[in-house]
Design a protein around this ligand. Structure first.
Ligand SMILES: [Zn+2]
Length: 292
């Protein structure tokens, strides 16, 4: 089974995690821009962070045979620091146009404040201007209200629902997301929020169409192997392997677009070993001095 995990915060993972992911079948990942766990003190740290997920994580993943792509955005939580947010929104277009950026995100709501909405709208407009898909984060508290409101805002702005994944969906929201024509992302965590048996119920009810499965694998208690583990759970309970393959490979490719993902033919090779991407060769991928 080939796996593309469409939501992994590799920045917070170790090389052991990359190795384990490869052994479990993960061949490609998308790393969304997110909150780093503590408030930032200046917008410049966003610049460094965007470069890190565009360049350094890409080469770190490649060393383990995993193709790494990312999404660029100002996360909802930090949109509440409005001075910082204004500076970050200004720098986004420069990064969003880079090779390897497959969507704008994570966007949406955390505490559902006016400042979050302002940053959400500005970034949705940027995504539409650049023709990029959108990754929507939904709040873990007050999930249903935040999810419905995100979709209302997107509809008001005239966004094509097929260009949006509404992520961290649960039993509370998957039906609404799918019925409105969006992709429904499901983050399976080891214990909280959504578990493999609970995802199985959603899978039995909704099948594979516009369904995505991811691990998030962030700073909190999360598991970079939650996609392969969830697949194992589904298969042990009788799921069809072709359906599972569609769920974790064909679907994320259909959502992000093969041309944006630009997956190397024959799999990822360590940086410098004759990469076969169609466009990465033209782009300088820098590594910090002294990195091996
Ligand atoms: Zn995330």
């Amino acid at each position: 089974m080939r796996i593309l995990d469409p939501h992994v915060h590799c920045y917070s993972r170790t090389t052991d995690d990359y190795e384990a992911m490869y052994l479990a079948g993960v061949r490609a990942v998308v790393e969304p821009s997110f909150w780093l766990g503590q408030p930032r003190t200046s917008a410049g740290t966003f610049r460094d962070y965007f470069l890190s997920i565009l360049e350094f994580e890409r080469s770190r993943a490649a060393d383990f045979g995993i193709t790494h792509r990312c999404t660029i955005g100002l996360n909802p939580k930090e949109a509440n620091d409005e001075r910082l947010a204004a500076e970050v929104l200004e720098m986004l277009p420069e990064f969003a146009r880079r090779h390897g950026v497959v969507a704008i995100g994570e966007l949406g709501y955390d505490a559902i404040t006016p400042a979050e909405e302002k940053a959400f709208v500005a970034q949705v407009e940027l995504a539409m201007e650049l023709g990029l898909p959108i990754l929507v984060h939904t709040p873990h508290r007050d999930k249903r209200r935040g999810t419905l409101r995100s979709m209302d805002v997107l509809a008001d702005l005239g966004v094509d629902p097929g260009m949006v994944v509404v992520d961290h969906s649960t039993e509370e929201t998957t039906r609404d997301i799918l019925e409105r024509g969006y992709w429904a992302g499901h983050t399976v965590y080891p214990e909280t929020k959504l578990t493999a048996p609970r995802f199985r119920n959603l899978f039995l009810e909704f099948g594979t169409e516009r369904m995505l499965l991811d691990s998030s694998a962030d700073w909190g208690k999360a598991d970079p192997l939650s996609v392969p583990k969830t697949l194992a759970h589904l298969e042990r309970h009788g799921a069809d392997r072709a359906d599972l393959q569609r769920l974790v490979w064909d679907n994320p490719i259909a959502f992000f677009g093969a041309h944006r993902l630009d997956l190397p033919e024959g799999g990822e090779r360590p940086a410098g070993e004759g990469a076969t991407h169609s466009s990465i060769r033209e782009e300088h991928v820098s590594r910090p001095a002294g990195a091996s």
